[in-house]
Design a protein around this ligand. Structure first.
Ligand code: FMN
Length: 210
């Protein structure tokens, strides 16, 4: 499938085959393909909680507007956006720093510059901090959906959930914001999809304020 095929084939699938599981290998391929997504300074401020277990999905169900796909899909991701993913001492920030040194794209003397640039860009206000985490994790989430399609899987993003309820139920630390839940699996046999939804045209998307 080329990209056009993938972007047309991906749909938000409402009903999943509860009998058909996703192998760990396929799930790994999906996650690592999606991880090619770009991010600010390559900081990759995203994580996933992977729910496969029936009890865990049942715990999520009432917190996610009782959307049946939460329990039907073999896998549900709680997608996490790390608001602290720019800070000195954070494991990914430090790994990124070491990788940049190894690759020669940064020199040891540039460490303060690098840390200050990230701090200035991503922590000048609570909104900027949330935007840093959410926009990068949004790119990752979109990549997860396209990766799923490319691997023959179906997915469904959800923001119909109780944010604080999910945070409490799954012991999610305060540095994370939850931009979405993502159900992944195979469509229910015999499922007929609604026609593709409308999209804004190029003319509706492009604006000018001059
Ligand atoms: C961030 C996000 C959150 C969404 N939340 C829900 C949701 O909670 N429940 C739902 O039924 N659909 C949800 N959707 C699905 C959208 O309604 C759907 O993607 C849109 O109508 C376009 O349809 P398509 O994905 O099949 O092209 C969500 C989509 C996105 C991107």
């Amino acid at each position: 499938m080329n990209f056009k095929d993938i972007s047309e084939k991906r749909r938000a699938i409402n009903f999943f085959d509860a009998e058909k599981d996703i192998t760990e290998d396929l799930l790994g391929q999906m996650i690592e393909t999606a991880a090619k997504a770009p991010s600010s300074f390559n900081l990759q401020p995203w994580n996933l909680i992977v729910l496969r277990d029936k009890a865990a999905k049942e715990k999520l169900l009432p917190l996610a507007w009782n959307q049946p796909k939460v329990v039907e899909a073999p896998v549900v991701f709680i997608v996490l956006a790390d608001k602290g993913g720019w800070q000195e001492g954070h494991a990914t920030v430090e790994k990124n720093w070491q990788e940049m040194l190894k690759a020669g794209s940064m020199q040891p003397a540039q460490r303060d510059w690098f840390l200050n640039a990230a701090k200035t860009l991503y922590n000048w206000s609570p909104e900027a901090n949330l935007a840093f985490a959410a926009k990068n994790t949004g790119f990752f989430a979109m990549s997860l959906m396209y990766a799923a399609t490319s691997l023959g899987l179906a997915s469904h993003p959800m923001d119909g959930f109780d944010h604080e309820g999910v945070r409490k139920a799954f012991n999610i630390p305060d540095n994370f914001w939850v931009p979405l839940l993502l159900a992944v699996g195979y469509p229910k046999p015999g499922l007929t999809l609604q026609p593709a939804k409308w999209r804004k045209t190029k003319e509706e998307i492009v604006v000018s304020f001059s």
